[in-house]
Ligand binder design. Structure first.
Ligand code: ADP
Ligand code: MG
Length: 458
């Protein structure tokens, strides 16, 4: 296998990151792993690029165990990881082990240039085109679109707020990528990075250069502003830069993981500037949006992912799109190495652990009966009665189906719960509803939304 940046390795590593994201604290993940990329692998080694030598040595010393474990379990075989620094040339030899031995001790020989980030800090992966819009994020999306088209005219600053993993960073990059195409000078940075640079500018006596740099941009995209809370000195630097840009009619877009109320502890001058712009929040997406996001991601991979699998993931992971993607990646990695078609039963097994933590509430029989009764407008007494009225029968069968799918009750116990029916009646109800789900899309979506309401935390 020749050494080149290959798509398969990129995907494998992304899937490993998807899994790790669910396990490693977010700040650690973002600092050390977010920008790493899979490059290539052979039977012994997997090559991963990282932005700098410091990150490489940190990962090698502190995290190699967990990384190799996760990678080996994705690949289903033992494999070692080697890190290379982005932008560095590495040897192109027939076998990785040969060339890897020469890293980092010897200067590498031939050229495979590992792509490095660009100066704008923008990630071209995040665009408006691959951002799925639903009720939950419509305002933020529209606001972002407007500022990318008419900078500093409509809303300045634009402040995006949501819980973690709901698309703020994606939108910041999308604004930058779209405006950059129109010739604007855009710069994306996190407040943490901004702070570190500001502090070193103070130490080196180069604060003017620092400010000039920031003042030269047309759109400043500042991520994770919550980082500034409690850091007065940095807030000062931030305010001056912010103000200078604002006065020069430059667009500023800010993302925050915390509600605006908790940002009020920031310097009042900063907060009062915010009030001149637009605050757009992103809510947890509804089931249809989660399905649409997974579908759109699944179109970018070579695998066929059945609808029932997508629905299973979307129904079980509700509050974080990053987790949604992480689960999809986990499934893809697993099947990639099994070389089998993706099927729901295996998916349930693969996702068992992450789901059980995401879904820390077990569905009870009472939840099911009351959700069905509420949804169809049929009382619980009617569900348990002898009534053969059409809607009552259908609701009862839906209850049978859901009780069998979502709880541990036996057929006999379900029958008893629903007015003393026998197990074959319950089985018949289950089969009937299963068939209807396959045949009737509208019915299926009703069922999914009842299921969705079952596991929402109280
Ligand atoms: P945040 O910054 O709010 O924590 P991110 O922007 O990093 O969240 O989003 C987490 C992941 O979910 C990213 O990979 C992003 O592409 C994806 N994502 C979030 N919202 C959407 C959406 N509406 N459509 C498609 N992908 C999304
Ligand atoms: Mg973010």
């Amino acid at each position: 296998m020749s050494l080149s940046v290959n798509n398969e390795s990129i995907k494998i590593w992304e899937s490993v990151l998807g899994k790790l994201e669910l396990r490693i604290p977010r700040p650690s993940f973002n600092t050390w792993l977010k920008d790493s990329k899979g490059i290539s692998y052979d039977s012994e080694f997997f090559l991963v690029s990282v932005p700098d030598a410091f990150t490489a040595s940190y990962l090698e010393e502190r995290m190699i165990g967990i990384l190799e474990n996760e990678l080996s379990s994705s690949l289903n075989k033992e494999i070692k990881i080697k890190f290379v620094v982005e932008g560095q040339k590495i040897a192109n030899s027939e076998s990785h082990s040969e060339q890897l031995e020469s890293y980092p001790k010897e200067q590498p020989k031939l050229s495979v240039k590992i792509p490095s980030g660009n100066k704008s800090g923008l990630n071209s992966r995040y665009t408006f085109n691959n951002f799925i819009v639903g009720e939950s994020n419509e305002l933020a999306y529209k606001g972002a679109k407007v500022v990318s088209e008419k900078i500093a005219v409509a809303f300045n600053p634009l402040l995006l707020y949501s819980g973690v993993g709901l698309g703020k960073t994606h939108l910041l990059h999308a604004i930058g990528n779209s405006a950059q195409k129109r010739g604007y000078n855009c710069f994306y940075t996190t407040c943490e990075e901004f702070t570190n640079k500001y502090i070193s500018a103070i130490q080196n006596g180069s604060t003017e250069t620092f400010r000039d740099f920031y003042r030269s941009v047309d759109i400043l995209l500042l991520d994770d502003i919550q980082f500034l809370i409690g850091k007065e000195q940095t807030q000062e630097g931030f305010f001056h830069t912010f103000n200078a840009l604002y006065m020069k009619n430059k667009q500023i877009v800010i993302a925050s993981d915390r509600p605006i109320s908790s940002l009020k502890t920031l310097e009042p001058r900063i907060v009062s500037r915010f009030s001149g712009g637009l605050v757009a929040d992103i809510q947890v997406p509804k089931l249809e949006t989660r399905i649409a996001i997974l579908k759109s991601k699944s179109e970018t991979v070579d695998y066929f992912i059945p609808d029932e699998v997508i629905e299973y993931i979307a129904t079980n992971i509700k509050s974080n799109i990053r987790e949604l993607e992480g689960s999809l990646n986990r499934i893809l990695a697993w099947f990639q190495f099994k070389d089998e078609e993706i099927d729901l039963e295996s998916v349930k097994n693969i996702l068992k652990d992450p789901l059980s933590s995401a879904q820390n509430k077990l569905v009870s029989d009472i939840d099911v009966v009351s959700a069905v009764s509420k949804h169809f407008g049929v009382t619980q007494d009617q569900l348990c009665s002898k009534s053969r009225q059409k809607m009552t029968v259908l609701s009862r069968q839906v209850a049978m189906y859901l009780l069998r799918e979502e709880t541990n009750l036996s057929l006999a116990a379900i029958g008893k719960l629903l007015g003393g029916r026998d197990h074959s009646t319950v089985l018949h109800g289950h089969i009937k509803v299963s068939k209807l789900i396959k045949k009737d899309v509208q019915f299926k979506s009703i069922l999914l939304s009842i299921k969705d309401s079952l596991s929402i935390e109280a």
